[in-house]
Structures are given as structure tokens and as C-alpha cells.
Design a protein around this ligand. Structure first.
Ligand code: PGA
Length: 242
């Protein structure tokens, strides 16, 4: 089953969220594993039988004096089953490094929450032809504390930083190669097949060619998930294609 993660980021107030839920109700195909990730505030509101909910971040500790943070332990207590970790906005704006992300990954798994780990190269890294090196480093660092029996519960989202919110995407061939490269690295180390998603400027025009790429397990969508009607159309396109 293909996975579609909708990263709503820091968008929508309470009324917008209610409207979003009204408009999508009864329209999400059960043939897809859809995970919608609203702000922490609205996780409970988004509970649904049609899709799963995920958080956009969490902290690495169970509880304590960490003002403003939310832990996997707390997320699990309201039945959140997924969390996005290491998104490039967290890495860049909030200075998250590979070590912190690795610590969050293991804490998340210990609480039976599935991490969706984002990795991807910047424009300059791409220009310097360092994509492979960057991907491998971010990947292995993020998985540093995990055991092979945890691989099945992890998603890797390949999100080139230069493709996020820009309207630019890598060539289909490049996406396919990187997805295979990620799977190969994990296979060599853990002897398991890891699920890999692509994210970055997915829209109604390019979704069909991306979702049919060999080996891809799904997609992570930002902007194109914000409009409920557009998002439903996008999901329908996936269903028609696969
Ligand atoms: P985008 O965002 O689809 O708007 O490019 C993707 C992401 O940030 O995960």
C-alpha cells in the first residue's frame, strides 16, 4: 500500500482545520495509507477512521523541564502513531543536527511511534555533486541507535532541500536512483527493506509520474496538501495510477 504523508506545517487555525476535515470527510480512499500531520494543537481534532495522524516533530526525552517541547511519550498517550523528524526546516531554522535527530528517532521508536525521517541535500551540496555523501551520512547518523528489527517501523523521506516549496523537482531518474541508493545502504547494513518516500514540490501535475517510480513507497506533500479539494484530487490521481 502506498503511503501519503501530508505535512501541514504551521498552517491553519482551528476554524480552518474544521473546514479541512469537513471537506475531506468520506473522500480519502482506504486503499492508501494517508498520514496527516497538523500542528500539535490539532492532533486530537484530526483523529479519524479514514487516515492516521502524525506529529511534525517531538523531543528526545520522556518528560521533564523542557519548556515548549512535546515528547513521544506524550504523543503516544493521545494515540499518535507517526512523527516527522529531521525535516529540513527543523535542521535549518531550529539548528537540529544529526545527533539530536538520532536521539529523537530512538526515543520515538521506544514509544511505539513510527518516525518519518527526512534527509536531503542542499543546492550547494548538489552543485558540488555531494548528494550521495550527504544522503548516506544523514541516513546512517539518524539510524545510529536503532536495531534491525526496528527498520520495518521507519520511513525515510528523501527531500532535496532545493526542491521543497520551490516548484523544482529532481529528474525522475535521479529520484529513482536516490531511492534505490537509500534502500541499498539500509539493506547492506541491516538486511531489511526500508520504506522510502519522496518529498519536495509534489503537485497535481507531477504526482502520477512520481508515484509510479520503481521502488517508491509513497510521497510526502507540503503545499499541495493544504487545500482540501486539491489534496483529495491528488489522492484520487494516485489511486487511478497505481
Ligand atoms: P512542498 O513541501 O511539498 O511544499 O515542497 C514538502 C515538505 O516540506 O515536506
Amino acid at each position: 500500500m502506498k503511503t501519503v504523508v501530508a505535512n501541514l506545517k504551521m498552517n491553519m487555525n482551528l476554524e480552518d482545520c474544521k473546514n479541512y476535515l469537513d471537506k475531506t470527510k468520506g473522500k480519502i480512499d482506504t486503499g492508501l495509507n494517508v498520514i496527516i500531520c497538523p500542528s500539535f494543537l490539532y492532533l486530537n481534532l484530526f483523529k479519524s477512521d479514514e487516515f492516521k495522524v502524525g506529529a511534525q516533530n517531538c523531543y528526545k526525552q520522556k518528560e521533564g523541564s523542557f519548556t515548549g517541547e512535546v515528547s513521544p511519550y506524550q504523543l503516544k498517550s493521545i494515540n499518535v502513531d507517526y512523527v516527522i523528524l529531521g525535516h529540513s526546516e527543523r535542521r535549518k531554522i531550529f539548528n537540529e543536527n544529526d545527533k539530536l535527530i538520532a536521539e529523537k528517532v530512538i526515543e520515538t521508536l521506544k514509544n511505539n511511534i513510527k518516525p518519518i525521517i527526512c534527509i536531503g541535500e542542499t543546492t550547494s551540496e548538489r552543485d558540488l555533486k555531494k548528494t550521495d555523501i550527504v544522503i548516506k551520512k544523514q541516513l546512517l547518523e539518524a539510524l545510529k541507535y536503532i536495531d534491525s528489527d526496528m527498520i520495518n517501523d521507519i520511513f525515510i523521506a528523501y527531500e532535496p532541500v532545493w526542491a521543497i516549496g520551490t516548484g523544482n523537482i529532481p529528474s525522475l531518474n535521479d529520484i529513482e536512483e536516490i531511492v534505490n541508493y537509500i534502500k541499498e545502504i539500509v539493506n547492506n547494513k541491516y538486511n531489511k527493506n526500508i520504506k522510502v518516500l519522496y518529498g519536495g514540490s509534489i503537485n497535481n501535475e507531477n504526482i502520477q509520474e512520481i508515484i509510479t517510480l520503481n521502488n517508491i513507497d509513497g510521497v510526502l506533500i507540503g503545499n499541495a496538501s493544504l487545500n482540501p479539494d486539491g489534496f483529495i484530487k491528488l489522492l484520487d490521481q494516485i489511486i487511478e495510477t497505481i
